[in-house]
Write a protein that binds this ligand. Structure first.
Ligand SMILES: [Zn+2]
Length: 337
């Protein structure tokens, strides 16, 4: 059975019902219904904005821009790869599963385990994150709009979560600022990396944005708090042509090859943590080497050493810079490339 035949035999309304997606779901093209991904909408808007097209083989939401066919719907609903979703779709349509196109070992990809209540959050959530990380709430709002900040329950704790549209990696921190307690398998930790994460993916690189190619600059930071701090300084400096991305941990030695392609032709600034053991700088050097080989237009690094916070502590990362001493504020003008 070809994919075209499968699409004709398994129209989208039937597929959606078999997947248990919320209804009512119309049985004709062009009739608007509630989008299946309201968390991608402003304030979770649930007005009918989705409709079917191409004789019930395509869907499109004019609010969030999600569009596709039965195969992409399976990918999004069940978290399958394109190949897995294609096989599943043909099988569901009553056809024989297609044989794998090659025998090459496929990339082992674990499914990212996301909280079932993953959401955009509300003004109170955004203000709470702004307070705990001392950020402008406008920056937190921007991060939510760009799809890199979400909220949800992880290990029973209300959390803020950094993530992007690639769904390759996500990291949660507790809203109360406390660490996650030790478990049988995991030590006590400030941040919990969600199961199935691939830390070689710089989180933020696939924002919820229709034209990501317009970002000519990339701010590469380390860790979730610095990702939000980068958004803070974007707002402060009005440098809206820069895209903040974060490697989630200095122990991640390589950047994902697919991610590296995105650095080609761009101006990149790295913000290495000024750790006392120099580990942050070492990690930044490795990443810079890979980014240079990938064809970045320029690579610079921002040096935090010598900067002091208002409370007298040295600045060691970008998030610290939001507490910088007034006399050092001038340095922040050149923070973004
Ligand atoms: Zn939508």
């Amino acid at each position: 059975m070809t994919i075209t035949e499968a699409k004709a035999r398994l129209p989208l309304p039937e597929l959606a019902r078999r997947l248990g997606l919320p209804g009512p779901i119309p049985d004709r093209d062009g009739k608007a219904f509630t989008c299946w991904w309201p968390d991608r909408h402003n304030n979770g808007d649930r007005h009918p904005s989705m409709s079917f097209c191409y004789q019930l083989t395509g869907y499109k939401c004019h609010a969030c821009g999600m569009k596709g066919d039965g195969i992409t719907l399976l990918q999004h609903s069940l978290g399958l790869s394109q190949q897995e979703a294609t096989t599943r779709f043909v099988t569901m349509a009553g056809g024989q599963p297609l044989s794998p196109p090659d025998t090459a070992p496929r990339e082992k990809k674990k499914k990212l385990h996301l909280p079932t209540d993953l959401r955009r959050g509300n003004v109170d959530d955004w203000q709470a994150v702004a307070d705990i990380r001392h950020l402008d709430v406008i920056a937190v709002d921007l991060a939510v709009e760009m799809g890199v900040l979400r909220f949800g329950t992880v290990h029973g704790f209300p959390c803020w979560i950094v993530i992007d549209e690639s769904r390759r990696v996500a990291e949660a921190r507790r809203m109360d600022g406390q660490p996650f307690p030790q478990t049988d398998r995991l030590p006590q930790r400030k941040a919990h990396t969600l199961y199935g994460s691939d830390k070689s993916w710089p989180v933020g690189l696939r924002p919820l944005h229709t034209k990501p190619h317009l970002f000519k600059k990339i701010m590469l930071v380390e860790g979730g708090p610095d990702l939000l701090a980068a958004y803070h300084f974007l707002c402060v400096t009005q440098a809206m042509d820069a895209l903040p991305v974060a490697m989630l941990g200095r122990e991640c030695h390589h950047i994902h090859p697919e991610a590296l392609r995105f650095f080609s032709g761009r101006n990149v600034r790295i913000y290495p943590h000024a750790d006392t053991d120099g580990g942050g700088i070492e990690a930044a050097k490795r990443w810079a080497g890979e980014i240079e080989a990938a064809g970045a237009r320029s690579i610079t690094a921002f040096n935090f050493s010598g900067l002091t916070r208002e409370d007298g502590h040295p600045v060691t990362d970008l998030n610290d810079c939001t507490l910088i001493k007034n006399t050092h504020k001038n340095e922040m003008k050149n923070l973004v490339i």
